[in-house]
Design a protein around this ligand. Structure first.
Ligand code: BGC
Length: 798
């Protein structure tokens, strides 16, 4: 296979950047290896390496390098082929049994197997074949996959390790002089039974080049320099204070105590904490001064290998009327690659306002009086002593209220003061206020539109004459395999949208006839296809086949990049920007205007099936990485990101009809923070609301969220679309809460009801007729869509 020049270039970029996304969790100095040789390779991910998760985030890349291939290409001799063959047979049989079981369950429930099994995680099967293999080096690749539509579960073979995995990992650790456990996973697994293993590398899922990246790392051609962005603990140590996986109501009782904020507040030591990671080398860090804006840190490589170090700044805020977690991340910076003996001094800027708390009573962001100690990791660098209450922003109370009050930990001892103390007067902070209810712009060009046309501009593209409606994964008329398009109204430009976030999800192969583009083959993710019955498969093949002679078969080859969590594990926003740039290049090449990514929901619970797409349990990390990717994509004229899923979409189970109940404080400090940061730092061209409800109302129908918070408070200038609400798709039987409705979304200032259908369009027209929706509101929404479409298409005429 000969790659095109751009594909080669993009593959090289991924191979070059991805090592930074990997996290070395344990080491004994046996790695890196000095040369390739015989290697005993075991584990589910050795040959069946996972490049990323399933669902709408699955990228149809032309190729991808498995670990077995990567090692062989690098000159290793794999001595365990029979083991890998035996595993292939075991897993194929297990997959078949798993799909049969889903089909049977679906039949019983009178639902479609694809709905029942969407994203379902097949626990890894047990096995009993013998371990053997020449050489003194062994690798065991443990892998897991998850995806859209289902959550992970704490069972053996998913979050827990199987008996077979534990047995063999421990045995190999004893038997081989050099042994490494490699984790080809999208989120935490409970490593407590194998925590004694000498070398553990969180490789993650790195897209097309996964196998090459591991080979480079093993041979020391690159070095792991990632740090965890989510706490890795024994399963039973994670918080169980809030609900997870309830069909109708999900109470976020834990409030702001998410991830490390929880672990540190209750004094639990996880296996591998947030921010943790080793390298092949060692570093010494020295504090070189700090003030109220920055901390100077000198990092010296005192080991024998090159490497990069990350400096993490936290603030310990004083608990006053408002309780506080022991630390909150407020900034971070990464060194360049330092050779042994080399050093670099970093000036790490921070803003005390990032440690502010939401005071529900006064609807304001405040800093309560007391000592704010800035910590480099755990070491106090400077203490800012605030004399009185500083009110930073006075805002509107919004988003409703849950039916509980947030959990609070027992008060813990205040952090030790730094040697240097700076006195700050509360009145040195000004209080920001916001102009709400400002009139939105309406473009006079819309005056001439009929109500029908105007309503159509408020939805995605559908065929007004009926027909099949939108098909997930193939709803665009101009780019095969794109997820959607805005409506085509005569004389108005329209926008093409394609999924992500681990690259650009469009079809590899397609053809064009007088009716438009036709994807060939891969419109549906493999994980969904395998659930179809033979008849349904035939139908799919028929639907994706060109009616006449296909003529020329064309290609759109896109690069699979590392999953979101892996990108964030680099703690290097410049790296994220470069990957955004890569995706932007492919968008330009194939005519996509809006990438339906990045996804930045918070890792509230390790069970969420889509966490691999998201960045972190920390909102600062989430926001900064989403902003960096956006900057990379939006460097390309006519290309924009769509940040999603706004907001509190933290479980997959019944994501369409579940009501996330969350306090205003947790909303402001945890779940909105990343989106706010990203909007303010990068102005993404689009935003996608989530399917779920927030305190009783669908996020897409919340005017306070879309108009007051997003637009008025944060100054967002892009368009707002819904997630793909397809009326026929109901995930659970008899949910308590209905789906979001197009007329209510429009009334809330949501610009596009996606993917769009005749029923959604008619609903808007009915609401116009009966007066529950004004033409003016539709014009405001349509103006935003029109202006964005004009902006993105005029630089790149279609
Ligand atoms: C997913 C979105 C995706 C959309 C379009 C939805 O089911 O939740 O993340 O962008 O489909 O494919």
């Amino acid at each position: 296979m000969k790659l095109n020049d751009y594909e080669r270039k993009h593959a090289d970029t991924v191979r070059h950047l991805a090592p930074e996304c990997t996290v070395l969790l344990k080491k004994d100095g046996a790695f890196p290896l000095s040369a390739p040789g015989k290697i005993a390779l075991y584990g589910a991910g050795a040959r069946r390496t996972v490049k990323g998760g399933t669902g709408s985030g699955e990228v149809n890349s032309r190729y991808f390098v498995t670990i077995e291939e990567g090692l062989e290409k690098a000159g290793f001799t794999v001595t365990t082929k029979p083991w890998l063959d035996a595993w292939d047979e075991t897993v194929a049989a297990a997959r078949k049994a798993f799909a049969d079981e889903i089909r049977a369950r679906a039949k019983q429930k009178h639902t479609l197997a694809v709905m029942e099994g969407m994203g379902a995680v097949m626990p890894m099967p047990e096995y009993s074949f013998r371990l053997y293999g020449d050489g003194d080096t062994a690798i065991y690749v443990l892998s897991r996959i998850s995806g859209e539509g289902s959550d992970r579960t704490p069972v053996k073979g998913d979050i827990l390790l199987t008996e077979s995995e534990i047995r063999d990992i421990l045995l190999l650790n004893d038997r081989y002089a050099r042994f490494m456990l490699v984790l080809n996973v999208g989120g935490p697994v409970d490593l407590s039974p194998v925590a004694a293993v000498k070398n553990i590398l969180l490789l993650s899922q790195l897209g097309a080049e996964t196998g090459h990246v591991l080979a480079d790392l093993l041979l020391g051609k690159s070095c792991p320099s990632g740090r965890l962005t989510t706490t890795w603990a024994a399963w039973q140590d994670y918080s169980s204070i809030g609900d997870f996986g309830d069909q109708d109501e999900t109470r976020y009782r834990e409030g702001v105590y998410v991830g490390y904020r929880y672990f540190e507040a209750v004094g639990k030591q996880p296996l591998f904490p947030f921010g943790f990671g080793l390298g092949y080398t060692e570093f010494e860090t020295e504090l070189n001064g700090a003030d109220e804006n920055q901390v100077m840190v000198t990092v010296k490589n005192v080991g024998a290998y090159p490497g990069k170090e990350t400096v993490q700044l936290y603030i310990a805020a004083p608990a006053g009327r408002l309780d506080q977690p022991p630390r909150k991340l407020v900034s971070f910076a990464k060194t360049r690659e330092l050779a042994p003996g080399e050093q670099e001094t970093l000036a790490v800027a921070y803003d005390l306002r990032d440690a502010a708390s939401w005071d529900e009573a006064g609807a304001a962001f405040v800093l309560e009086p007391g000592d704010y100690t800035v910590l480099v990791g755990q070491t106090p660098a400077v203490t800012l002593r605030l004399s009185g209450l500083a009110v930073l922003q006075k805002l509107r109370s919004a988003l409703g209220t849950p039916d509980f009050t947030d959990w609070k930990p027992e008060p813990c001892a205040a952090a030790a003061c730094a040697e240097k103390v700076i006195e700050l007067a509360a009145d040195s902070f000004t209080t920001e206020t916001v102009q709400y209810d400002q009139a939105a712009e309406v473009d006079p060009i819309l005056d001439d539109l009929t109500n029908e046309e105007l309503a159509y501009l408020n939805t995605g593209l559908f065929d007004p004459k009926g027909g099949m409606g939108s098909m997930i994964g193939n709803a665009a008329s101009t780019v095969a395999g794109a997820a959607g398009e805005t409506a085509h109204v005569h004389g108005f430009p329209w926008l093409v949208m394609a999924d992500g976030p681990a690259g650009l999800r469009i079809s590899r192969d397609y053809c064009v006839d007088e009716k438009g583009v036709h994807a060939l083959g891969d419109t549906m993710p493999e994980s969904i296809l395998e659930l179809l019955s033979p008849m349904q498969r035939k139908l799919m093949a028929f639907l994706t086949k060109p009616r006449k002679q296909p003529g020329e078969i064309k290609h759109q080859f896109c690069t699979a990049i590392p999953i979101g969590t892996a990108i964030a594990q680099s703690w290097n926003t410049a790296l994220a920007e470069e990957l955004g740039d890569l995706v932007g290049d492919e968008m330009e090449r194939f005519g996509v205007h809006l990438w339906l990514a990045p996804a930045l929901n918070v890792h509230r619970d390790i069970r969420c099936g889509r966490n691999f797409e998201y960045y972190s349990e920390d909102p600062l990390i989430s926001g900064k990485f989403a902003a960096a990717i956006t900057r990379g994509v939006q460097k390309h004229p006519g290309c924009g990101t769509t940040i999603k899923h706004f907001t509190v979409n933290n479980q997959e189970y019944n994501r369409i009809g579940s009501n996330s109940q969350v306090s205003q404080r947790a909303m402001r400090e945890i779940y909105l923070k990343g989106f706010e940061l990203c909007v303010k730092q990068s102005q993404p061209h689009a935003l996608m609301t989530s399917y779920n409800l927030l305190n009783g109302v669908h996020t897409s129908e919340r005017r306070d969220l879309l108009t007051d918070i997003l637009r008025a408070e944060w100054g967002y200038r892009g368009i707002v679309m819904t997630d793909w609400v397809i009326d026929s798709v109901k995930q659970v039987q008899k949910p308590r809460h209905r789906n979001a409705l197009s007329d209510r979304v429009a009334a809330a200032g949501g610009d596009l009801f996606m993917p769009g259908g005749k029923g959604d369009w008619k609903k808007i027209l009915d609401a116009l007729k009966n007066g529950t929706l004004s033409r003016r509101q539709l014009e405001e929404n349509a103006t935003r869509v029109y202006h964005m479409a004009k902006k993105l298409t005029q630089v790149r005429p279609d």
